[in-house]
Design a protein around this ligand. Structure first.
Ligand SMILES: *Cc1c(COP(=O)(O)O)cnc(C)c1O
Length: 414
């Protein structure tokens, strides 16, 4: 993670001591670096410089209003997957004209809301969705800008749960069926065909599948042109991986080379939808050790964060580095770092080497993406607070949920 450093053994993010943060805001606490957010956004800007482009931040990675607002300030567009995300982006000051709407299951109210504010594009995933959108747009007297999400049948070589571009996945339309659908769409009322999109998966460490998918999409774009259908943009999806442990994420210069070589001489705008790579390494989860349990065969460090706060280890067996906030210099012991939730799958990290005692603080790194946004209230645990740091300035961007808040909206029947 960038902007993470130690002074006299104590861990700081930007200019703020994590010990001080825990004392002031409690734990578990999500902590984000604004400088890291800005830098990751700018690395995409550099990769796309000189090409017509729009970077649409994938809101599902982390939808906190302040984070959306920061990206909007930097000029970002947004990739949304629900009406809830649409409302967040608008509330945070995002421009409707820079929003693309992805997802296989858009409901009528969601489509209406998006037509109402005038988003840039609906990424349509099926013939039925196209028919519904056409009907609604006509009813409302609007024209829906449409791109089709095509499935290029490329193996992204990532975790099966986050692979989306294979034939067996629920996403998109098979690329060989696309021309038929484009021709159909061209004649539908309320529909304007503007682009194509493709998203083959997340946490992509290898650039080859990205290049491969892009080549297949560009072949389609050329085939469509010969059918008289000219597209204004090509959306290449999200998915650049980040370093959690020892991965070597794609080099942005090599990523740029792929784009330059493919888009040279083309007039279409490139849209990218990065999520994880914009926020993942800008955030960490701060947690306190409640108990140290030394068993016969295993040591357990029970912390106050759990799978409801950070689901990725339980869901994907994902690895997050865990480091002590105060480095004692001791060697430590091998232990499993687990939460208090009643599930064996409730772990933050297994077989780690850590020198901790009860009351110690730990930082779970690279937790900015799909951390808070996937959190739940399982075991009736109030969700964590979030703070955004800017140098030595601390902004609380989400209050810790209260026990009272947990039960809001529920009713007794006697
Ligand atoms: C999840 C998703 C993204 C973002 O993926 P990252 O790996 O976080 O960059 C982009 N586009 C679509 C359609 C998605 O579903």
């Amino acid at each position: 993670m960038n902007h993470l450093h130690r002074i006299d053994g104590r861990l700081f993010l930007e200019e703020v001591s994590l010990e001080d943060l825990a004392r002031e805001y409690g734990t578990p606490l999500y902590v984000y670096s604004q400088a890291a957010l800005t830098e990751s956004f700018q690395s995409y800007e550099r990769a796309l410089a000189g090409l017509p482009h729009l970077i649409c931040y994938a809101v599902k990675a982390n939808g906190n209003l302040a984070i959306l607002q920061h990206f909007a300030r930097l000029g970002a567009g947004f990739d949304i997957v629900s009406g809830g995300e649409l409302a967040r982006v608008i509330k945070a000051g995002g421009q409707a004209s820079k929003i693309v709407f992805s997802g296989v299951g858009k409901t009528e109210p969601e489509m209406r809301a998006a037509l109402d504010v005038g988003i840039r594009c609906f990424n349509v995933e099926s013939e039925s969705e196209l028919a519904r959108l056409s009907r609604l747009a006509k009813e409302m007297g609007k024209i829906a800008p449409v791109s089709f999400r095509v499935n290029p049948d490329v193996d992204p070589k990532t975790h099966p749960y986050i692979s989306t571009g294979l034939k067996q996945n629920k996403f998109g339309i098979p690329i060989d069926q696309a021309p038929k659908l484009y021709l159909q769409a061209a004649d539908l009322p309320g529909i304007e065909v503007v682009g194509v999109d493709c998203h083959i998966g997340s946490q992509l460490i290898d650039l080859a599948p990205i290049a491969d998918a892009l080549d297949r999409v560009l072949n389609l774009v050329d085939a469509l042109k010969s059918l008289g259908i000219e597209l204004r943009h090509i959306d290449i999806g999200g998915g650049i991986g980040i370093r959690y442990r020892d991965e070597t994420p794609p080099d942005m210069a090599a990523y740029r080379d792929i784009l330059i070589s493919r888009f040279k001489g083309r007039s279409q705008e490139i849209i990218v939808e990065p999520g994880r790579s914009l926020v993942g390494n800008a955030g960490l989860l701060l947690t306190r050790v409640e108990y140290v349990k030394s068993g016969d065969s295993k040591n357990f460090v029970v912390v106050d964060a759990a799978m409801n706060d950070l689901m990725r280890p339980a869901l994907y067996d994902a690895f997050h580095d865990i480091v002590p906030v105060l480095d004692s210099g001791d060697l430590g012991m091998t232990c499993d770092v687990v939460g208090p939730v009643c599930e064996t799958g409730d772990f933050i990290g297994l077989e780690r080497s850590l020198a901790v005692k009860e009351g110690s603080l730990l930082a779970v790194l690279s937790a900015g993406a799909y951390g808070m946004s996937m959190s739940s209230n399982y075991n009736s645990r109030p969700r964590a607070a979030e703070v955004l740091l800017n140098k030595n300035e601390i902004r609380l961007i989400r209050e810790r949920e209260s026990i009272e808040g947990l039960m809001a909206g529920e009713w007794l029947v006697y």
